[in-house]
Write a protein that binds this ligand. Structure first.
Ligand SMILES: N[C@@H](CCC(=O)N[C@@H](CS)C(=O)NCC(=O)O)C(=O)O
Length: 202
């Protein structure tokens, strides 16, 4: 399998950390891809020009990190599944994933807007996205006491969200008013899968 990836992308990190959690990291060749380069050949396999993009061994191209993650978790691996098969655990995992991934989407939207030249930037848009991030983090802080082992795709996505916030907004303190979430993240960030996938500039 081939994974088009970037080391700064939190969506890619969902995939690479899941691969380590399930012990399949050696099954995937990683192909560095700059999605912002107009000449990137990513468009040949993914018209949306996004990472992560996975090409499976039988040539199927998969996009959307959650779809890629579920595909990989469906392969034989002998570890606990990160996508529980049965309700209600499945829906709890996907509900948590939905809030964490949506919070990440809002953070990315704010970040991309911040990077636009002054004059093209909308502060109202950034404010709107920032509100989603703050409310998403509050929601996670309110839910954290209900989380149990083993981790699911929901927890992986929360970890990738918080790691990305620290990476892109190091001066913004999300922890002080969310001490339960911060304590959970201290433990989660020490998992080998998280330590091996810390975001970094290429
Ligand atoms: N919902 C998608 C989001 C993927 C995504 O937006 N990736 C970013 C990198 S962090 C990207 O490739 N952006 C390029 C673009 O939007 O043109 C997923 O979960 O895979």
């Amino acid at each position: 399998m081939r994974l088009r990836y970037s080391p700064t992308s939190p969506y890619v990190r969902k995939v690479t950390s899941l691969l380590i959690e399930i012990g399949l990291e050696d099954r995937v060749e990683r192909v560095p891809t700059n999605v912002w380069d107009p000449s990137s050949d990513i468009v040949r396999i993914n018209p949306l020009a996004k990472v992560p993009t996975l090409t499976t061994d039988d040539g199927q191209v998969l996009v959307e990190s959650v779809v890629i993650c579920e595909y990989l978790d469906s392969l034989p691996h002998g570890r606990p599944n990160l996508f529980p098969r049965e309700a209600p655990a499945r829906w709890a995992a996907l509900a948590l994933h939905g809030i964490a991934d949506g919070t990440l989407d809002a953070g990315i939207s704010r970040f991309l807007e911040m990077r636009r030249p002054e004059g093209e930037r909308s502060y109202a848009w950034m404010e709107r996205q920032s509100g989603k991030v703050q409310r998403g983090l509050d929601w996670l802080d309110g839910a954290v006491d209900t989380w149990r082992d083993p981790p699911t795709i929901g927890h992986i996505t929360v970890g990738c969200l918080l790691g990305w916030l620290d990476f892109r907004f190091p001066g913004e303190d999300w922890r002080s008013d969310r001490t339960r979430l911060a304590a959970w993240y201290d433990d989660f960030a020490a998992r080998p899968a998280m330590l091996a996938t810390v975001p970094r500039e290429p």
